[in-house]
Design a protein around this ligand. Structure first.
Ligand SMILES: Cc1ncc(C[n+]2csc(CCOP(=O)(O)OP(=O)(O)O)c2C)c(N)n1
Ligand SMILES: [Mg+2]
Length: 274
């Protein structure tokens, strides 16, 4: 795709604000921190075809931090999987777009997620299946930094390394915040890169995970690790609520927040640079 990624990010951010704003409440912070990653994955890196969402051998994304569903939906809609108008049905009765990702409801969603820790294990299973099939897919899975406190993450990490799943690329959204407080105050995960390395993974650390060029370089590097016999973890230093200053400033209070119509307009004006 030849689209300008910075413009794509603006479109995705605005759609996140519009659809969560239509509902009045949602996981805004952890959606906004992921926008650059999702844009680079879906508009540049992944082998996918929105016209054939079940294409054999396609790359997969498992968003293990399933509460970021609205960011994934906004990306899928902008990439042409379904009509952007559908975004306004987010989490309403009968919708195809529940607040958390559901593979049985939404075109383009490859795994149901939301119970923190589980999605990542499912991604490991998908990567193992792809290896056994030899279909050439790369499996990407996004985990939260708070989610990284889950024991299940480390069980999956150990298994993926033991099975030499070098077709698996994990990405940690290291925004330093979880529901109630900073990750370090709740249950510190530092030094995170060393932990992944000790579990047998290649590790790529990205200083600014909200910069499309840095994210793109890291994903390309991870791709080059296919054949290394090890899975790869990209640690993205991101900002929770990135792109909307009054949301960023709220810190962990932006995790699942109420938002007024007026504030949605204010957010969109800032994103568009008006
Ligand atoms: C097993 C489980 N426990 C608790 C929750 C509730 N919950 C949803 S998001 C969240 C915080 C996650 O923090 P983090 O992984 O850092 O996400 P982000 O900052 O990217 O939003 C919690 C506790 C859940 N979804 N699943
Ligand atoms: Mg976090």
């Amino acid at each position: 795709m030849n689209q300008d990624l910075k413009e794509v990010c603006k479109d995705i951010r605005c759609d996140v604000m519009t659809c969560i704003g239509h509902l009045g409440v949602g996981h805004i912070g952890g959606c906004l921190s992921l926008v650059e990653l999702l844009a680079v994955l879906y508009f540049q890196e992944m082998n996918i075809d929105p016209k054939q969402p079940q294409m054999a051998g396609r790359d997969r994304l498992v968003c293990s931090k399933g509460h970021a569903g609205p960011a994934v939906y906004a990306t899928l809609a902008n990439r042409g999987y379904f009509d952007r108008a559908e975004l306004l049905t987010l989490n309403q009765g009968g919708t195809n777009l529940p607040s958390h990702c559901d593979m049985n409801r939404t075109v383009g969603i490859d795994m149901t997620t939301g119970s923190l820790g589980q999605g990542f294990s499912c991604a490991v299973g998908v990567a193992l299946g792809s290896k056994l099939e030899g279909d050439g897919a790369t499996v990407y899975s996004i985990i939260g930094d708070g989610e990284s406190q889950e024991g299940q993450i480390w069980e999956a990490a150990m298994f993926a390394a033991a099975k030499k799943l070098d077709n698996l690329v994990g990405i940690t959204d290291y925004n330093k915040l979880q529901i109630d407080d900073t990750v370090e105050n709740v249950n510190g995960i530092m030094p995170l890169s060393d932990k992944w390395r000790a579990f047998g993974w290649n590790v790529i650390e990205v200083e600014d995970g909200n910069d499309t060029a840095q994210v793109s370089d890291a994903l390309k590097q991870a791709k080059r690790f296919a054949g290394s016999g090890k899975p790869s973890m990209i640690i993205l230093h991101t900002v929770k609520g990135c792109g909307v200053s009054f949301i960023e400033e709220k810190g962990s209070a932006n995790h699942n927040m109420n938002i007024s119509e007026e504030d949605v307009k204010r957010a969109i004006a800032e994103i568009r640079g008006e």
